[in-house]
Design a protein around this ligand. Sequence first.
Ligand code: UDP
Length: 390
Amino acid sequence: ANYLLTVICNDQSCIADNKSDCNKVERENKYSRELNEKFKDYFDNIRKAKESYQPCDKSKCSCHSNVIHEDLKRFKDGISKELVQNIKSKGTKYQIINHKLYRDPECMFPARCSGIEHFILELLPDLPNMEFVVNTRDWPQIHKQYGAFGPVFSFSKSNDYYDIMYPAWAFWEGGPAIELYPKGIGRWDIHRKQLSKIADEISWEKKMGKALFRGSRTSPERDPLVLLSREEPDLADAQYTKNQAWKTDADTLHAPPASEISFGEHCKYKYLFNFRGVAASFRFKHILLCKSLVFHVGNEWLEFFYPALKPWIHYIPVDAKATKQEIRELIEFVKNNDDIAREIAENGYQMIWDNLKMKDVSCYWKKLLKQYAKLLKYEPVMDENFIEIK
Ligand code: UDP
């Protein structure tokens, strides 16, 4: 019908008779012309990404090794005792002496320290003597422009920081506690297996052809998608849930809090959104295992495994400042290009499945601590006040 109207409207003599219909057709045609232009850009991005993509070496967590190299580069002249002393207050200090692990008795978040220690304890037989400071807060500590300087391990950072990234505690325990996961998100080994099984059970064809986001308002970058979903529920279901800081509906963008959705339930949707929270969100690695297409919003906040994931290959990147309209266009693009969406979804899954096993997390910790220890210019002396972690 639209095509016929277009023909009628192109015939100048008919325009007068069909004015309001013709205006509508003109608007729609303009929108689809603009959309096709946009789509051309997306196709270009995919072509370029494919041309420059080089799969990484899957052995011995090599896909992530360059991150260690980059993070330690700033300390290439060595790490003195004074440098460590400088930043002692930025986290919890650990010592490894004669293959035993010691720690300052104070840890701001005990479950997070435990999640970190799980990995270090199993590596002790292979680790040389060293000491290091681990930040268990969400936020990185060593800004490039101001404040103290020294080696601080943090789980997430942006390019504005010199923090050294380590695999988050939540690979084992101490992740955010929500109603669905009251003990806190952790045990990546179990989530991996469960999600991969669910992903195999729900074929691409069976998935709902719309976008899903469920989470709290830890960053306003999530607002445009939530607002789009209120206007066009057929395109996206994106709603805010409560977190511990929730007080009134204002904290869920003036709507009652939505109920939570488990990671497995996410897999029923073809398109899933990831956003930063306070820093990087633990959501990313989980939803990538759904074999659904992930839209990753913003590229500023990292965890150690993010650089191995490539835009337009493993996920579709979305600008952190994307408007509702830009997000709508991206969803329309994937809805109109099902094969592309499916291919990127599969790639994202495979990357995480192959290169973010518990073994890779352990391997990363080991490489990181060994390379860090090589930079220490002094032999650590055991602090009498520290406790041994077993
Ligand atoms: N989460 C979930 N289902 C929900 C809401 C949240 O699985 O319905 C998970 C989410 O994926 C994330 C964690 O709970 O890993 C905390 O999510 P939130 O959005 O509150 O904060 P974020 O850490 O993403 O900033």
